[in-house]
Design a protein around this ligand. Structure first.
Ligand code: ZN
Length: 130
């Protein structure tokens, strides 16, 4: 299933755990895997803490420091920092489904990672039965 995510900032994380849970429910799959794929080159996906919002704030801040917007980049579009950050996070993630539930850790959430927003983005979710 393809979902649309509208981002509102140049860089931000959007919790998409609920979307994935919804897909698992709809599929009726009890045991299997959920695959999340981001078909973009300046956005990605990652799994991290969803309890303290300061964690997401710090990840974004750390990435900004590690990969500044202005640097000796060659890519003419001027968004190399966003391409690098997207590759650091990755373009897909896989989560085990057990007893009809995502087998995430207590503090884990799945985040869509925008690095060149605001834009309208796509998220592909595929539920695979074991
Ligand atoms: Zn580019």
């Amino acid at each position: 299933m393809e979902y649309t995510v509208k981002t509102t900032r140049s860089d931000e994380f959007i919790d998409i755990t609920g979307l994935i849970r919804q897909e698992v429910k709809k599929s009726g799959v009890k045991d299997g895997i959920a695959v999340v794929f981001i078909p973009h080159t300046t956005a990605g996906v990652t799994i991290n803490e969803n309890a303290d919002p300061d964690v997401v704030y710090d990840i974004l801040s750390g990435l900004r420091q590690a990969f500044p917007e202005r640097n000796e980049y060659r890519h003419r579009e001027g968004n190399s920092h966003a391409h690098i950050k997207a590759s650091m996070m990755g373009s897909s993630c896989t989560i085990i489904i057990e007893n009809g539930e995502l087998k995430l850790g207590t503090w884990q959430g799945v985040y869509f990672c925008e690095f060149d927003g605001p834009r309208t983005r796509k998220v592909d979710i595929k539920i695979v039965k074991d």
